[in-house]
Design a protein around this ligand. Structure first.
Ligand code: SF4
Ligand code: SF4
Ligand code: SF4
Ligand code: FES
Length: 351
């Protein structure tokens, strides 16, 4: 592939033709802010926070949609650039409830981060503000379009990657919002509640319900594990505070699910902490289940299996394993069955 030589902030670099200015800068560790850019989606150039100055160009250019050209000289934090970014932020927060004190996304919000970076604490523009009722009709997440900055990432993810097409831009100008068809509640749309929009939103417009008020991002430990629901084995982070799971998110680096989960992996983890879960073996005694110690339960099972094998042969025994167990656990159950002397093993992932 042919290479293009350019200069960014005085650094001479060479990148493959077709690379955008944003990608070239990021390869050099130069941080250009972005709000509507997502590497999984075609760039839409909607937010203009990523503008940079290019020598000899009349206007600032959006770095996420502009390919590099030979000899280009780029400045990513010049006075003009900073002033334009301040303007963009000021316009955004003119119609944005600045509820950072209580907002669930404080500490994990790009709008907040960039306002901090460029010293914007209030808007210089005064005008009408949206006052829309949040949609919390579903059990999984709240959609608060008052905080939406219309970046379009959720729309792109839902249409291009999930294929659900549950949401899109509706109306025009000031009245533009992202919503399901006819502004119906999301529950009545084709949404499959995968949560991809929630995890991609750069601000606090889409908030998972389970973690509401449970903890700030810096208080949460993210523990990587494997979703136990099916044989795909998606990689998932459980968000844990004080030993309690309060949310989950997909692992963007996993080669299996590459930052995506289905509704079960994303929102269906509450059973882990259910008080209804068995924590000790139960043995039926005189028609009633009673809690027993593991030794007693295992002795009972071993004795029953031996009796069945003795009386009816090992092939009278079968094991049904589970996709909810790990590969290692499933390996062990087949090992155990083969040591009993049977090949009768099955597994629900086969469905
Ligand atoms: S979305 Fe971001 S900027 Fe808006 S209130 Fe929440 S933390 Fe603050
Ligand atoms: S949860 Fe998934 S399907 Fe539903 S709107 Fe978001 S991305 Fe689309
Ligand atoms: S809801 Fe979030 S991801 Fe969707 S357009 Fe608004 S700010 Fe962007
Ligand atoms: S990140 Fe480039 S226009 Fe939004």
């Amino acid at each position: 592939m042919s290479k293009v030589n350019l200069t960014i902030n005085g650094q001479k670099i060479s990148v493959p033709a077709g690379t955008t200015i944003l990608e070239a800068a990021r390869q050099q560790g130069i941080d250009i802010p972005t709000l509507c850019y997502d590497p999984e989606l075609p760039p839409n150039g909607a937010c203009r926070i990523c503008v940079v100055e290019v020598e000899k160009a009349k206007n600032l250019v959006a770095s996420c949609v502009t390919p590099v050209i030979e000899g280009m000289v780029v400045y990513t934090e010049s006075e003009r650039v900073v002033s334009a970014r301040k303007n963009v932020l000021s316009l955004m927060i003119a119609n944005h409830p600045l509820e950072c004190i209580t907002c669930e996304r404080t500490g994990n919000c790009k709008l907040q981060d960039y306002c901090y970076r460029y010293g914007i604490s209030e808007s210089e523009f005064v005008g009408e503000v949206k006052k829309l009722a949040p949609d919390d009709t579903n059990p999984f997440f709240i959609r608060d379009m008052n905080k939406c900055i219309l970046c379009g990432i959720c729309v792109g993810k839902c249409q291009e990657i999930v294929g659900a097409g549950a949401i899109d831009f509706i109306n025009r100008g000031f009245d533009t919002i992202v919503a399901p068809p006819y502004r119906d509640p999301i529950e009545n749309s084709s949404c499959v509640f995968c949560g991809m929009c929630v995890d991609s939103c750069p601000v606090g417009a889409l908030i998972p319900k389970a973690g509401l008020g449970q903890g700030r991002p810096w208080e949460i430990e993210k523990i990587k594990t494997i979703c136990p629901y099916c044989g795909t084995g998606c990689s998932v982070y459980l968000h844990v505070k004080n030993g309690k799971i309060i949310d989950a998110s997909p692992d963007p680096d996993s080669p299996v699910n590459r930052g995506h989960l289905c509704t079960k992996g994303r929102f269906g983890w509450d059973y882990i902490q259910s008080e209804d879960r068995l924590t000790k073996p139960l043995l039926k005694k005189e028609g009633v289940f009673v809690e027993v110690e593991w030794d007693e339960a295992l002795d009972f099972v071993a004795e029953k299996l031996s009796t069945i094998k003795e009386n009816y042969s090992a092939d009278a025994i079968a094991a049904l394993s589970s996709a909810k167990a790990s590969n290692e656990d499933n390996y062990l159950i087949q090992k155990m069955m083969r040591s009993i002397g049977t090949n009768n093993i099955d597994h629900c992932a086969r469905l």
